[in-house]
Write a protein that binds this ligand. Structure first.
Ligand SMILES: Cc1cc2nc3c(=O)[nH]c(=O)nc-3n(C[C@H](O)[C@H](O)[C@H](O)COP(=O)(O)OP(=O)(O)OC[C@H]3O[C@@H](n4cnc5c(N)ncnc54)[C@H](O)[C@@H]3O)c2cc1C
Length: 413
């Protein structure tokens, strides 16, 4: 294996895990990012490795939320129609693949990744000496109304079918599980097979430290173009250019720009979301992430405080932030929690979303040696480690541990 080298563009969770796995397979790897590792989307999310997150957004979710968003401004989904030119292709694909069989195929694809998601992270955490950053206490979904709980019975039917373990709690059971929650919810569903990270920066920094101690290099540069130059790809940056026969493009929500320069036009949308930390009293602490389904937010216990993350804001990736969704979500949270004062800055990020809910993992159809690993939507932190493993298995010519055909870059014409 000596002499093999590869460049990974993007040091978010997906790129870092791909670099680690390629290194384990015997490659000399250079990891490139225009910022320090893990400072973009992989920094500010809810931190879940969510085994229960096997449902792609369907057209009916969107239309349901669209009328809700327009008429009632529900915090689960905010749709900025003025930014439609930035996501109409994504919406179009959602429309054309609006069938039960496509939905089932996406659930199957997501489930195949999630079966490995926690286990693959455990291996990387052990290797990096930071297993204690993984909280294995599940994810508690809370329902204010019995009707909302009943409306998603179909999700629990899927869980039964897929072998995803969960338990249902009444209000007393919820308070026993989370003593800080004393009222407000009629039903709770604890997805047992979900884990979460308490500090994403620390996890990514520890992964990168492990990568560097084994000889990997981190290079801070902004990639502008990728072109063929003989057997190599030439990556132009504002500084030193980079050459490599093998390149992994893992630029999260920024992947589209470089792909377009190579002639690939993916229907990716930015499902934006916000976070804000709160510093509640010692009497109000959560021991696991919770999702207030009707309230439209997830609350995760992090080392930096309680992190409230919002639902979807369908907009342009780079449009200015809009405070309304976060305001609504924190207002709803205050109905049921004594949150304390907000601390730190409001953060905004973009879930890199494909219309079938599945990531793009595979070789660029017209550029052998160039590999795509992006589009992980709501679940890139959780799916990072298994994606890294698949990328390394594919590049080194091994048999991938799962069928990767659902994630093929060629599926969007
Ligand atoms: C509010 C919210 C909550 C979420 N909650 C969860 C959750 O609980 N669990 C979960 O699994 N996922 C969650 N997600 C989704 C998750 O954050 C993303 O899927 C994941 O972070 C994507 O990782 P990535 O490595 O693909 O992208 P990123 O983390 O964005 O990494 C891409 C990297 O590319 C770099 N880059 C971009 N352009 C260039 C360039 N030209 N040259 C060099 N470098 C460049 C960037 O600096 C960045 O570091 C959430 C997202 C949001 C917004």
């Amino acid at each position: 294996m000596a002499g093999k080298s590869a460049v990974v563009l993007g040091a978010g969770m997906v790129g870092v895990c791909s670099a680690l796995h390629l290194q384990k397979t015997g490659y000399q790897v250079t990891l490139v990012d225009r910022k320090a590792p893990g400072m973009e989307t992989s920094y500010g999310n809810a931190g879940l490795i969510n085994r229960g997150s096997v449902f792609p957004l369907s057209l009916s979710d969107i239309t349901h939320h669209l009328s809700g968003a327009l008429l009632k401004n529900h915090p689960n989904v905010h749709v900025h129609l003025s930014q439609l030119p930035h996501y109409w292709r994504w919406l179009y694909y959602l429309l054309v693949r609006n069938s039960q069989s496509s939905y089932e195929a996406s659930v199957k694809g997501l489930d195949s990744l999630f079966q490995y998601a926690v286990a693959e992270h455990r291996k990387l955490l052990d290797m990096s000496g930071c297993r204690e950053l993984l909280l294995e206490k599940g994810w508690l979904r809370l329902y204010r109304e019995e009707a909302s709980f009943q409306a998603v019975q179909y999700q629990r039917d899927y869980y039964d079918r897929l072998g995803i373990r969960y338990d249902i709690f009444d209000p007393e059971g919820i308070s026993e599980l989370e003593p800080a929650i004393t009222s407000g919810f009629r039903k709770g569903v604890l997805i047992r097979d979900t884990a979460s990270f308490e500090d994403l920066s620390e996890v990514i920094n520890d992964y990168v430290t492990a990568f560097q101690s084994s000889g990997g290099q981190f290079f801070q540069a902004s990639a502008q173009t990728i072109t063929r130059e003989g057997d190599n790809f030439l990556i132009e940056t504002h500084g030193e250019n980079i050459r490599s026969r093998i390149v992994v493009l893992a630029l999260g929500p920024w992947s589209g720009e470089l792909c377009e320069k190579l002639g690939y036009r993916f229907p990716m949308a930015a499902e934006r979301g916000y976070h804000q930390h709160f510093q509640p009293s010692d009497a109000f602490q959560l021991s696991r992430p919770i999702h207030d389904v009707e309230g439209g937010y997830v609350m995760s216990p992090m080392k930096s405080g309680l992190r409230l993350t919002t639902g979807i804001e369908l907009s342009a990736r780079d449009a200015p932030p809009v405070s309304k969704q976060l305001y609504q979500a924190s207002h709803n949270a205050r109905d049921v929690f004594s949150l304390g004062n907000p601390v730190g800055e409001v953060w905004i990020g973009s879930r890199p979303s494909m219309p079938d809910g599945l990531p793009v993992i595979g070789e660029a159809p017209r550029h052998p040696g160039l590999w795509f690993a992006f589009g992980h939507g709501h679940a890139g932190v959780g799916m990072g480690a298994i994606t890294g493993r698949l990328i390394a298995e594919l590049i080194s010519g091994g048999k991938p541990v799962i069928d990767v055909s659902p994630f093929s870059p060629a599926r969007f014409k």
